[in-house]
Design a protein around this ligand. Structure first.
Ligand code: TEU
Length: 550
């Protein structure tokens, strides 16, 4: 893809500053070879859907050789393609086909841990003198013979597994079959430099970095302070939250790894996008200071309730904390979390709320993302217990059911008789083809939102301010000449006079200063377009105010 002049000037405009991202969960996107599992050929076949939606950056979940214990997040070879998904040649075809459409491809890299089948770990297991022993994190048992410290896995249970042959434990912040890699070993840094270069030289446009908060660990492997008694039978979240994670994640050496990667990827003009799971905006600011990761995801929105206060605080916190708001990646959905229309109450009401939330995200500085199916308003898929595939107890299968493409067998996802996960209980109106034929479908509303984001010069402006005090149920902000207003309350909200920095706009007397409605979540325009405008409950509107200068 034609690249801009690479630069180290942190204030410069980079291609991702005006981009809209899209996550493809490859196994469930589109099956090209009829084995019931999504693959690269299927993705190539569906690129036109992504062009029609207007996204310009596609992050693809891991496609590497893997025993698939965690569906590819357990990598056995960082520089090849799993035969289930295709081969390197098809990968090259994908990059070329995407670039032809002006879409950039971002690969998911999983550096915190490998599969236990990775040749490094297979070698490490042969004993303490193995060449790759120090590629992983080993420790002797504690005095009582148990694990070396009290760290727990993100998936629940202790983060240590005993290797009986050597009498040492190895660390795994995820499954026992996902041993953590030792990032304090310089050989590991060199090895991953080669991995990054391998894909960059094949034309990749960036990397989404899995578990970016956790690569560096405390060198002394100190136990974490316990906040509340650890209950090994609690949910994985309860177990994790029992500790103050002072020593296992967010170590001060972490950003140095990404500074090194930053220098490596800059000549390629490639993006480093961190999966940065943190609980506090200040932690995100430390992990993404600007000279390492280019963008870090803020995941707090995945857990909020539907209220103006919750929405306000999840958006305002990170914007206030980051040294540059363009370092923020905005997501409402992912392959790990319950789909937002379901979280926000289900049905069309939940779908509407999800679009209202996305509308707020899409006007903000930072890089907004959609997760496959979000543009179709998909609810969480239903997966009967006997069809569950996720290895962890709080199953993530419901957000991973296959994309519904068109009415008919498997909703067009696959020609196989049995797909790896069931269809989730979709109907014809959920499908991409049906929605593309209906002008007021969810697809067309998301498409319109993407278009506004990409085409309105005001939404590239660094001039951003919150508009406070309109109403406790209303969340609003101004960016350049754009005003975004969302009503999250149960009552209609009539728009009146709004102070915009030194200027003001009075929606109640349009004659005084004109405002053009660019987008509304209300498909019909209905209550949002009457004069004077009234924001319906659970709706959001984007206006351009003209002119803003005196
Ligand atoms: O997820 C990392 C991670 O921290 C999440 O599991 C997190 O605990 C959860 O989303 C909180 O809701 C990444 C991948 O996205 C996930 O699919 C993998 O299973 C995991 O890493 C291990 O590689």
């Amino acid at each position: 893809m034609a690249s801009h002049e690479p630069t180290n000037d942190s204030s410069a405009t980079r291609w991702w500053h005006s981009a809209v991202g899209y996550e493809v969960y490859l196994r469930s996107f589109s099956d090209g070879d009829g084995d019931g599992i999504g693959d690269l050929a299927g993705l190539i076949h569906r690129l036109d859907h992504l062009s029609a939606l207007g996204v310009d950056l596609v992050w693809i979940t891991p496609f590497y050789p893997s025993p698939m214990v965690d569906f590819g997040y357990d990598v056995a070879d960082y520089t090849d393609v799993h035969p289930l998904y295709g081969d390197l040649e098809q990968f090259d075809q994908l990059v070329a086909a995407a670039h032809q459409r002006g879409i950039r491809i971002v690969a998911d890299i999983v550096p915190n841990h490998s599969s236990d089948q990775h040749p490094w770990f297979v070698d490490a297991l042969t004993g303490p003198d193995a060449a790759h022993r120090d590629y992983y994190i080993w420790a002797d048992p504690s005095a009582d013979g148990g694990p070396p410290n009290n760290w727990v896995s993100y998936f629940g249970g202790p983060a240590w597994t005993l290797d009986a042959a050597s009498g040492q434990y190895y660390l795994h912040l995820f499954l026992p079959r996902q041993p953590d890699i030792n990032w304090s070993n310089p050989a590991v840094l060199d090895a991953f430099d080669d991995v990054l270069r391998f894909w960059l030289d094949r034309g990749i446009d960036g990397f989404r970095i899995d578990v970016a908060q956790a690569l560096a660990k405390d060198r002394r492997l100190r136990s974490n302070p316990e906040i509340s008694p650890w209950n090994p039978n609690g949910t994985r979240f309860e177990q994790w939250d029992a500790f103050d994670h002072r020593f296992d994640v967010l170590q001060p050496e972490g950003p140095d790894i990404f500074r090194r990667w930053h220098a490596l990827v800059e000549p390629y003009d490639a993006l480093l996008l961190g999966e940065t799971h943190v609980t506090d905006p200040s932690m995100l600011a430390e992990l993404v200071p600007g000279d390492g990761l280019h963008v870090g995801f803020w995941f707090d929105p995945m857990g909020i309730e539907w209220s103006a206060d919750a929405v306000r605080s999840t958006l305002r916190g990170p914007l206030a904390a980051m040294s540059d708001p363009r370092l923020l990646g905005w997501v409402a959905a992912s392959h790990d979390d319950v789909r937002p229309p379901t979280r926000f109450g289900g049905g069309d009401s939940g779908r509407t709320r999800s679009l209202v939330f996305s509308t707020l995200l899409f006007g903000l500085p930072g890089l907004p993302f959609l997760y496959q199916g979000e543009e179709l308003g998909l609810l969480e898929g239903f997966v009967p217990i006997e069809r569950r595939a996720d290895p962890i107890a709080q199953s993530r299968d419901g957000c991973r059911t296959p994309m519904p493409w068109e009415p008919g067998k498997n909703f067009g996802f696959s020609t196989a008789d049995r797909t790896w996960l069931p269809d989730g209980g979709r109907d014809d109106t959920d499908t991409a083809s049906w929605q593309r034929s209906q002008p007021d479908s969810w697809f067309h509303r998301y498409r319109a939102l993407v278009e506004v984001r990409k085409t309105e010069p005001g939404l590239a402006s660094s001039d951003f301010r919150w508009i406070d005090d309109l109403d406790p149920d209303v969340v609003a902000y101004q960016r350049g000449d754009i005003v975004v207003v969302a009503n999250l309350g149960p009552e209609p909200f009539p728009l009146g006079r709004i102070e915009l920095g030194p200027m003001s706009v009075d929606f109640a007397s349009p004659g005084t200063r004109a405002a053009t409605m660019l987008f509304t979540t209300d498909a019909t325009g209905g209550s949002t377009s009457i004069d004077p405008p009234v924001l319906a409950p659970d709706s959001a509107t984007i206006y351009r105010v003209d002119p803003l200068s005196a």
